[in-house]
Design a binder for this molecule. Structure first.
Ligand code: FAD
Ligand code: S2G
Ligand code: ZN
Length: 439
């Protein structure tokens, strides 16, 4: 699927929850569709109008309401940008439990609405666990105040969970209460060059065992992803020797309490990986400074931008068994080749990268332009492969407007029917982000 575009004659930018409530009450009475918009960094067309909906931007609802440096509980307006919240709590030695390449623009409300995963899920879990409470304006303007800062509250149905990942189809999130973890005293990362993708799984097992509690990220990029990131100036390239014969790369990050202890663990890991007859890795490059730490991360985080600079991307954010990552990429590449679409200029690259610990592969196909031939070659081919593994056709980016037709590859008719009943309960006039998630 290609880039999704939409437009609206009206963008409203409320400054308070009350203003959001008044807007929703009026739009509900007039049966006017509303698209809640955060940082507009979503990748499935969820934040843009389909027809003539009004856009309600949360950008001006962007104050921190409270932060408790003892518990780490942050209560913020939905329109707070993720990077701003990161900067706000850093002096109090806390970090956000979520990190993603769009941090400079995406808002915490949008992160919650899309149940964003990102680079820290392996260590800090999903927003379904770290979000303690929400304030939501329902389609009829009712303010649902569940903005608790309690770690434990077992009183009735946990309604906030419905809005986490609902992509703005059940209500407008105006406030978020989230548990932020203490900042690690020491962070480190290392990029490992692997001769074969087949080594990723055994490597993951060893790394989990040896690094244990200090492991905070285990990200995978294949050789094409790496070459495109370097070609488009994303991050620090390794030397020719270091990349020679590498089929893929793994970026490992540690976050611990004592730099010496962590570095000792990392060095022991590298030695143990290299000192065997048939090493799982060709080499490992340990960052030696904060600048190198950032440039190794830039290699991984920069793949998205590199792909967009290289051509027109078809993005498939899928959950499949880790052991099938390479099979899925290779099968897609062969399928396109069998259709005569790869190599002659239509499709330039097929690449895979993603969050290994989450079983989340970002399968990207880069073409010169968006064409019906490529679209029909890719879908339902890819969705059927994912369904064959009982995987997810959208691991973390959501359904938006672009994947409503594919929801059934990952959810049963019973599940979809129940989702529609819940949608009808909250939004009987279908004004809340119409045409998104559910057809
Ligand atoms: P928008 O794009 O504005 O909206 C997204 C959806 O949420 C829409 O359906 C919108 O209607 C709804 N919404 C927004 N705000 C609210 C609100 N206050 N109340 C109710 N509904 C709302 N995603 C990941 O999961 N993991 C990644 O690692 C990741 N990396 C990315 C890297 C880059 C470079 C880019 C461009 C995107 C990446 N994304 C990633 C996708 C995107 O950044 C996330 O989905 C993000 O959470 C969207 O936040 P946003 O504020 O931009 O929301
Ligand atoms: C990532 C970003 C979006 C994409 O880099 O983890 O979620 O698919 C992605 O490029
Ligand atoms: Zn991702």
């Amino acid at each position: 699927m290609g880039k999704y575009r939409g437009g609206s004659t009206t963008v409203l930018k409320p400054k308070t929850t009350q203003q959001v409530s008044q807007i929703m009450k009026w739009c509900n009475e007039k049966r006017i569709g509303v698209v809640p918009q955060g940082g507009n960094t979503g990748l499935v067309g969820g934040s843009v109008p389909i027809r003539d909906e009004v856009i309600v931007s949360l950008s001006n609802l962007n104050s921190v309401r409270s932060f408790d440096p003892i518990s780490g509980i942050l209560v913020a307006d939905a329109g707070c940008i993720l990077q701003s919240l990161t900067d706000y709590i850093a002096p109090h030695n806390h970090i956000m439990p979520i990190d993603l390449g769009a941090k400079g623009s995406c808002q915490i409300g949008g992160n919650v609405a899309t149940n964003a995963g990102g680079l820290r899920l392996l260590r800090y879990g999903s927003l379904h666990g770290t979000v303690l409470g929400l304030e939501v304006v329902l389609p009829d303007g009712t303010v649902l105040d569940q903005l608790t800062t309690l770690r434990k509250d077992n009183t009735g149905y946990d309604l906030k969970q419905l809005f986490i990942g609902a992509e703005g189809t059940l209500g407008v999130i105006t406030g978020v209460s989230i548990l932020t973890p203490p900042a690690p005293q020491a962070s480190n990362n290392v990029i490992l060059a692997l001769p074969s993708f087949d080594n990723v799984l055994p490597l993951y097992k060893i790394v989990k065992r040896q690094l244990s509690e200090i492991l905070s990220a285990f990200e995978f990029i294949d050789r094409t992803s790496y070459d495109l990131a370097v070609k488009h100036g994303q991050g620090r390239a390794l030397s020719e020797d270091e990349v020679a014969g590498a089929e893929c790369f793994v970026l490992v990050e540690t976050s611990g309490g004592k730099r010496e202890h962590d570095e000792e663990k990392l060095n022991n890991l590298l030695e143990s990986l290299l000192e065997v007859d048939t090493p799982l890795i060709n080499t490992g490059v340990l960052s030696q400074s904060p600048a190198q730490f950032s440039s190794l991360w830039a290699l991984r985080e920069g793949v998205t931008e590199a792909v967009s600079k290289e051509g027109k991307p078809y993005k498939y954010d899928i959950s499949v068994p880790l052991s099938s990552f390479k099979t899925v990429v290779d099968a897609t590449r062969e399928h396109l080749r069998s259709k005569g679409l790869l190599g002659d200029g239509a499709v330039k690259h097929v690449l895979g990268y993603g969050h290994v610990g989450d079983g989340n592969l970002h399968l990207n196909i880069v073409a010169d332009s968006y064409t019906p031939e490529i679209q029909t070659a890719l879908e339902p081919f890819i969705f059927e492969i994912v369904a064959s593994y009982r995987g997810s056709i959208s691991a973390e980016h959501g359904i938006g407007a672009m994947k409503t037709h594919a929801l059934h590859y990952s959810k049963s008719d019973v599940s979809i029917a129940l989702m529609k009943k819940i949608k009808m309960l909250f939004d009987p006039h279908n004004i809340m982000n119409p045409g998104k998630v559910l057809e």
